[in-house]
Structure formats: C-alpha cells, structure tokens
Design a protein. Structure first.
Length: 240
C-alpha cells in the first residue's frame, strides 16, 4: 500500500470512528445512509438527498414503522462520500425510538448535510469506497441489531477507486444488506439505466432492492417506501 493510500485510509477510519457515539442498545435495524456528494452532485441533487432523508425520517409512515416493530427502535448513521478518502460524517450512530428522536436526527442532517455549493475537488463516484466505509460503521455498531443495512444514494456508477464487486461481496459475507436509491439523470438513456446498474452490480444480501424515483418530486416518497420496507416486515408498503 502506498503512503498516500495509507494516509487516505487512516483519515477515513478516523472519520468513521469519530462518529461512533450512540449508546449500546438493541434495535430492530442499524441503517447506514451512504450519500453521494461527489462533484456531479449539484445543489438541486444535494437538496433532494439532504431534505429527502430529513423529511422521510420524520414522516408519520416511518415513525409508525419504527415504533410498531418488535423493539420499537432503530439506529442510524449518515455520511457523505465521493472519491476514496473523501468521506464526511454528518450524523454518527443515533438511536431513534420515536418522533422526537427522529426530529433531532433530521435537524442535524438538514443543518450539516451537503448543499452542493462547494463540490469542486471532491472527485469521482467511488461506490466501492462507500460500501467499505459503511461496512466499517456496521462493524463498529455499539449494540445489537436484528438487521444491518447499507443504504446507497447516488446519481452515478462507480468511476473511481477500486471495483465494486470485492467490496460488495465482503459486506454481504458479513450478513449486511446493501440497498440503493438511484437518482436518474433527466436525459437518462432508457437502455442504460442507473437503477439497472445498481441492481446488477451494487445491491446484495437478504431482501436487497433498488428504488428508482420517477423524478425529483418522487425522491422523498421513494425514500420513505424504502425505509418502511427496511424497518418493518412489510414488503410492499403503500403511500398516498
């Protein structure tokens, strides 16, 4: 390993372990939100992701799914990623057992999450690095979780760092589920859809799936549907 690679890995590990602050607890699910903030994420996409996650966490559907499950609590962490080593922890492990917990977490995401206005120099889209860092979060989760889930949100394929498959297979071997929500480009080629790429090369593990919003206005709804599916036992949640 080169000196530069070692230093970048050390910085990533320090960022991850700094974020492990939740008290040990038993939860229904431990979910890591791995959110793309590469150079391709403009202010509109940044708002879509930041506000979408905050709104989903505090929605009645999500709160009901959390409190109505076996233990009535989940734990979440939220970090942003781009090229290898370009990692930023927004929300360390945080237990959510009701609406007030969800509001507090959403406030942190809204206030500290990426706005897309300072994206120069962040580099490319390393999905493999996102999976590796999310796996580190789950490795160090300070409690027990019935399910451990990596949630990838991105607008592009892996184009930087290592190939995806080794990272994907290592996470799956640990029993982690990798789900994804694809942010399609407005001019997306129908024959080469990002959601299909995620389905073929990124997701994996028990009951893994991809969500594809039909457009910017559908992102928050798709995210809520994804979270309800992950948190609860429902496989086809319905929303108005």
């Amino acid at each position: 390993m080169s000196v530069n690679s070692f230093l970048r890995l050390a910085g990533t590990l320090a960022s991850v372990f700094w974020g492990l602050q939740a008290h040990a607890a038993d939860v229904d699910a431990a979910i890591v939100f791995a959110v793309d903030f590469s150079s391709s994420i403009d202010p509109d996409n940044a708002d879509l992701q930041r506000k979408g996650h905050a709104a989903a966490l505090t929605s009645p559907e999500i709160v009901a799914a959390i409190t109505g499950n076996h233990l009535g609590c989940i734990s979440i962490a939220y970090f942003e990623w781009a090229s290898p080593g370009r990692i930023r922890t927004v929300l360390p492990w945080t237990n959510i057992c009701g609406l007030e917990d969800a509001k507090a977490a959403a406030l942190v995401i809204n206030e500290r999450g990426d706005t897309g206005f300072s994206r120069g120099g962040r580099g490319g889209t390393s999905v493999s690095s996102a999976i590796d860092v999310a796996s580190l979060f789950l490795d160090q989760f300070p409690g027990r979780a019935t399910k451990k889930i990596i949630d990838i949100s991105a607008n592009g394929e892996n184009n930087d760092g290592l190939p995806v498959q080794p990272s994907r297979l290592k996470a799956i071997a640990k029993g982690y589920t990798i789900n994804a929500i694809a942010i399609p480009a407005q001019d997306e080629n129908p024959g080469h859809q990002l959601a299909s790429y995620f389905a073929d090369y990124v997701i994996g593990g028990p009951e893994a799936f991809v969500m594809k919003p039909t457009g910017p206005s559908d992102y928050a709804t798709a995210l809520r549907r994804k979270l309800v599916t992950e948190i609860s036992m429902n496989v086809d949640p319905q929303f108005p």
